[in-house]
Design a binder for this molecule. Sequence first.
Ligand code: ZN
Length: 355
Amino acid sequence: MKAVVVRPHVPGSLRLTELPDPVPGPREVLVRTLEVGICGTDADITAGQYGWAPPDREELVLGHESLGVVERVGIAVSSCAPGDLVVATVRRPDGCPNCRHGESDMCSWGRYRERGIKELDGFLAEHYVEVPEYLVVVPPALRPTAVLLEPLTIAVKAVFQAFKIQERLHWEPRRALVLGIGPVGLLGALLLRARGLEVTAYDRQDPAEPGPRLAQETGASYRHAEDADLVTTAPGPYDLILEATGFSPLDFQAVETLAPNGVLALLGVTGGDRRLQIPSDRLNQDLVLGNRVVFGSVNANRRYFERGVADLERFAALWPGLTERLITRRLSPAEFVAGESRREDHIKAVVEVSR
Ligand SMILES: [Zn+2]
C-alpha cells in the first residue's frame, strides 16, 4: 500500500513509499483511510523538529487526524462492522495509574505513544489496523466533517475540564474569549457558541479572511489583534478563556481579562524558549483575590471523541454546512508530500487518501 513517511528529526525527509498491506488479527480492525487532516504538529515533524519513529525503524508513517471506513473485522470484534465510518484516537497508554484508567491524556509517566507522532505509525496510508477500543464510530451524516473530530477533541476536553474545575463554585459563565482562531480555536468558538455563551474571537487574521468570517457567522464577535495589546482590544471581563495561539506572552495578558472566579485554559504548544517580563505582583493579586484559575490541557481520551461526535452533530443542526467550510484545502498524498499544505491561505488542509 501507499503511505506517506518521514524520518523524524531529518528535515525534508517526507516521502511517498510502498509498505506491506497490514493484516488484522482476530481482535483487530482493518480500516481504509479516507482523509487525514494536517496540523501544526505534522508541520513540526516534517520540518525535523519533533516526532519519533517506531523502535528499530528509521521512518514513521505520518498523520494523526483521521477518518476511515472499516473494511474487515477480526472474528472477535463486535463493536464495529464493515462499512462503519471510524475515527481513531491518537494516544496509546503506558502503565501509569491514569493510563490504566483510560485517561492516557492525563499520563503521569510520559511513556505513552502516539500514532503518527511518537513511536507508532500514523494514518497517512491506504490502510491501517487498530483494536476497536481506539476506534470511534461516527454516523454517516458526519462524513463531511468527521476528519475534524480529532482537533475538536482538544477544545472538547478543555471546555469539559473547565466546567469540571468550576464545580468548585456556583458558576454561570456568560462571556467567553477564544485567543487564536486556527482550526482548534475556531472549533472551540463553535463549541462555546453551541453552549450558548457570548463568544469573542481574537486573532491576527484580517477580518475578511475565512476564519474570522466563519466565527462571526456563528454569532461570535471578532477582535483584530493589531498593535494594541489584548487588554485594550478585548478587555472582557471573561468567565472562560481558551488560549490557542501558541504565543505564550498572551497567557499573561489573558489573566488580566479574566472575570472574578474565571478560568483560563491554555492549549497552545510553545516549543521555543521565549522570556518575558511580567507584572508578577499584579497577576498574583488578580489570581488570589479573584479566585481565578489557569490550567493547561492536552488532548484527548476516548470520552472526548465520543462527546465530540455529538458536538459535530449539534454544529450541523445549528449551522448547516458551516463546519465543513473549515476544510479549505484538499490535497492528494503526492501534493502533500510536495509541500502544498504549507501555504498559509487556508484554515485546515486535508489529504484525501481514498474515496
Ligand atoms: Zn501514562
